[in-house]
Write a protein that binds this ligand. Structure first.
Ligand code: SF4
Length: 778
């Protein structure tokens, strides 16, 4: 067998998972590290540590929401290696390729070395270095002016997340200052939070007991690619694969493309993209028809399973009637393209498993997704009664910041906060949604809800990650004052007016809340393990300084001396333990028993969502209140665009706000990225129909944009569907990343979910036209 790079990676991953050894013992990261350290040794910025005292320090990685414990090896004050921390509850010594490459992010040329003020046209890359006093002074002057003119509400903040003390500082700042416009980047957590709120009445994030589940039915979740807390999920995957055939868990992957997760699953079922909700309901049909559901849970702890009547005598359709009437295996087979026998067999296998678990959130979970699809998948967990049980799905309450003093709002703050949000979240149209991260560019461009006069961006790169890049660029161009707090020269920083760079995550103190999907609450601590390399400052301190300089009630909301004091006070009596151990885990946490678990109007798990009516959302027919399949149409006319383009998230490529360091980019195959040219995957049969051959240059066009690509024939993608990876096509950072491939977000548009308003896009119509010849694109 020819042992090329891809073969090696597949064997490494498969061998490691199959042996139950986990990524810790996989040779993958170390082989890649070794190769790349050789390939990259001549780069001028590659650190060559001097001789000196060797030491190790523990901290936490925050390059993704995974929250892995890390151990940093140092020579004097120089970091030489980052490893997974042994015994850390999330990852127990494991680390992903991005985490291992954190070193390159620390010393790489894309660091912003000091506060910078734009010196040329926006995006020209011309900057002048300024002092911190001047940088903060400019922000304060602008914000004071807007507030003084009754325009406090025109200030917006976009953050990577709303969890942890720093995001809460921004939210607090806006509340005291007078703006409702706090926005966090999109993730599947947005939709899951809504589904849990509507079906369970929970203000919580979702938690999966992956380690104890015996049958994992994944609706497109990239369990190996980096879904949830990536290293934790890969460890769980190893556990599913360990033991003999009787004990090991069954993994079934539903998606139109053979991802790494699909390749390592027991069964991969390719369905027409966007029809996952129909499949979930088809499975529910079989489970209900054959009485394979948990009758105790359904009878005693759910509402809306059967038809029901209100006090006026009016009857309403229940979930059971809906799925038995509308989602027979024959109908669902027609919609999804999966055979009747596979649907029936899968439903039986799932329902009869000891601890079945249906997992939702496509790819790495970096998009919000369809609410009804999420609810349909969650309904499967309810049918099997696998809620708040070992091996099941549960909820984790929000963490921290309780105990912060109330914010006193003066007249300007009250007036500003009473204005409509710039993205339309929380209005009568979308009463349940806290923010709409993909909607704001269009709202700004349409001048709905007014304009944004100042935008502050922290721990996010909306210029790169938001769908429909052209609309995003137009929206940015209309905002007179953009401030980035980025550590790196990312796309948003590149298009800002001022950059006030945060410390790198190895240089600062910060809390790291429980990673998404984990079933036990854990608080991790990011520690400064190395001195700041540049003239950077902790963003928490900078926000407090801005508030203090604004004065009045805005300053009063920040009585802490500095961020470190705030963090210690927030953690309270647990600070010493947190500082010493580097984390606190509530190992005794158990989700509430069914009797007390559901805070819905019916006090039960709701298949029929009564909260919609209670919020005044009269949305029409019974169907709208039940999990159902509502096709989210891919944008574009099929006659013009005969193919469907979907994004693919790869385990070796960062696809969120952090750009991939060279370690990651260099690990790509020559059939994924060759030089700067990106490959589009297409089924050989579809390629033949369109006259396309391997490595042929082609033009990929969608209603949102156009790109030059090379064709890669791939048996593992459904006919009619094509895919490009997410995480390439950066225009900023540096020569090692900029200009490589195409930003998938630039070819995708936003399709709004009818209930949440969140982005439910899963793909877009596309066409692929040959431009002649083979090989490199000119
Ligand atoms: S999974 Fe995320 S948190 Fe863990 S090492 Fe990788 S990038 Fe860091």
């Amino acid at each position: 067998m020819k042992m090329d790079r891809r073969t090696f990676l597949e064997i490494s991953i498969g061998g490691s998972l199959g042996a139950g050894a986990g990524i810790t013992f996989s040779p993958l990261p170390w082989k890649i590290t070794d190769d790349l350290s050789i390939w990259t040794q001549n780069w001028p910025w590659t650190p060559v540590p001097a001789e000196g005292e060797v030491s190790h320090a523990d901290s936490v990685c925050n390059l993704c929401p995974g929250g892995c414990g890390i151990t940093v090896r140092k020579v004097e004050d120089r970091v030489t290696k980052i490893e997974g921390r042994e015994g850390y509850p999330v990852n127990d010594g494991g680390i992903c390729i991005l985490g291992a490459a954190g070193l390159q992010l620390l010393y790489g040329p894309w660091r912003v070395p000091s506060p910078l003020r734009r010196a040329g046209k926006r995006g020209s890359g011309q900057w002048e270095q300024i002092s911190w006093e001047d940088a903060i002074g400019e922000v304060v002057k602008k914000l004071a002016e807007l507030r003084g003119n009754g325009k406090a509400h025109t200030v917006a903040c976009i953050l990577g997340s709303d969890r942890g003390t720093v995001p809460h500082l921004f939210a607090r700042f806006l509340k005291a200052y007078g703006s409702p416009n706090f926005i966090r980047s999109a993730s599947s957590g947005d939709t899951y939070e809504l589904a849990l709120g509507l079906m369970q009445g929970a203000t919580a994030s979702v938690a999966y007991d992956l380690e104890q589940a015996s049958f994992i039915l994944s609706f497109g979740s990239g369990l190996i690619e980096g879904w949830g807390s990536p290293v934790r999920v890969i460890r769980a995957h190893s556990m599913w694969r360990s033991g003999n055939m009787k004990e090991r868990a069954t993994v079934v992957q539903i998606e139109p493309r053979l991802s790494n997760t699909a390749a390592k699953a027991d069964n991969w079922y390719s369905v027409n993209p966007g029809t996952e909700a129909a499949l979930a309901l088809g499975l529910a049909h079989v489970i209900i028809k054959e009485s394979l559901y948990d009758s105790n849970f359904i009878r005693n702890h759910t509402f809306g399973f059967d038809d029901w009547g209100d006090f006026t005598g009016k009857t309403y359709t229940g979930f059971k009637r809906l799925v038995l009437t509308e989602y027979s295996p024959d109908v669902v087979s027609e919609i999804t393209g999966l055979s009747r026998s596979k649907i029936v067999g899968l439903a039986r296998a799932f329902a009869k498993a000891k601890r079945p678990l249906a997992v939702w959130g496509r790819g790495k979970g970096t998009t919000s997704g369809s609410l009804y699809e999420c609810m349909a998948v969650h309904a499967l967990n309810a049918l099997t009664g696998n809620v708040n049980k070992p091996g099941g799905v549960s909820t984790l309450p929000p963490q921290l910041t309780e105990g912060w003093p109330e914010v006193y709002q003066d007249a300007a703050a009250c007036s500003g906060c009473s204005m409509p949000r710039m993205d339309g979240a929380g209005t009568d149209r979308y009463p349940f949604t806290r923010c709409l991260p993909d909607r704001w560019p269009q709202m700004v461009n349409d001048k709905k809800n007014g304009t944004i006069q100042a935008l502050l961006v922290h721990d996010a790169d909306p210029y790169y990650t938001t769908l429909d890049s052209a609309a995003v660029a137009k929206a940015f161009a209309s905002i007179p004052f953009v401030v980035s707090f980025s550590t790196y020269m990312d796309e948003t920083a590149h298009h800002a007016d001022l950059i006030l760079p945060n410390h790198h995550y190895l240089e600062r103190l910060e809390d790291v809340p429980t990673p998404i999907g984990l079933q036990k609450p854990i608080l991790g601590l990011l520690k400064p393990v190395v001195s700041p390399q540049f003239d950077t400052r902790h963003t928490g301190d900078v926000i407090m300084t801005i508030a203090k300089e604004l004065g009045g009630t805005v300053a009063d909301a920040f009585s802490w001396e500095d961020y470190e004091t705030l963090l210690k006070e927030t953690v309270g009596d647990n600070w010493d333990t947190l500082e010493e151990a580097g984390y606190i885990e509530k190992t005794d946490y158990t989700p509430p028993a069914w009797e007390n678990a559901f805070d819905t109007p019916s006090r039960k798990f709701e298949f029929y969502i009564t909260a919609l009516d209670q919020a005044g959302m009269k949305i029409g027919k019974d169907l709208d209140y039940l999990p159902h399949y509502e096709p989210v149409r891919a944008e574009g006319d099929p006659a013009t665009y005969p193919l469907t383009l979907i994004p693919a998230e790869l385990m070796r490529l960062a696809s969120g706000a952090i750009g991939s360091p060279p370690f990651c980019t260099k690990s790509l195959e020559e059939t994924e990225l060759k030089g700067n040219d990106l490959f589009v995957e297409i089924n050989p049969k579809t390629a033949a129909d369109h006259g396309l051959t391997e490595a042929q240059p082609a033009t990929l066009e969608t209603p949102k944009g156009k790109a030059k690509v090379l064709v890669h024939l791939f048996e593992g993608i459904m006919p009619g569907v094509i895919a490009i990876p997410k995480g390439l096509g950066h225009a900023a950072y540096d020569d090692y990343l900029a200009g490589k491939g195409v930003n998938a977000n630039s070819l995708m548009g936003v399709v709004e979910d009818p209930i949440s308003g969140l982005c439910a896009t899963w793909g877009i119509r596309a066409k692929l036209s040959p431009v002649g010849g083979h090989g490199h694109l000119g």
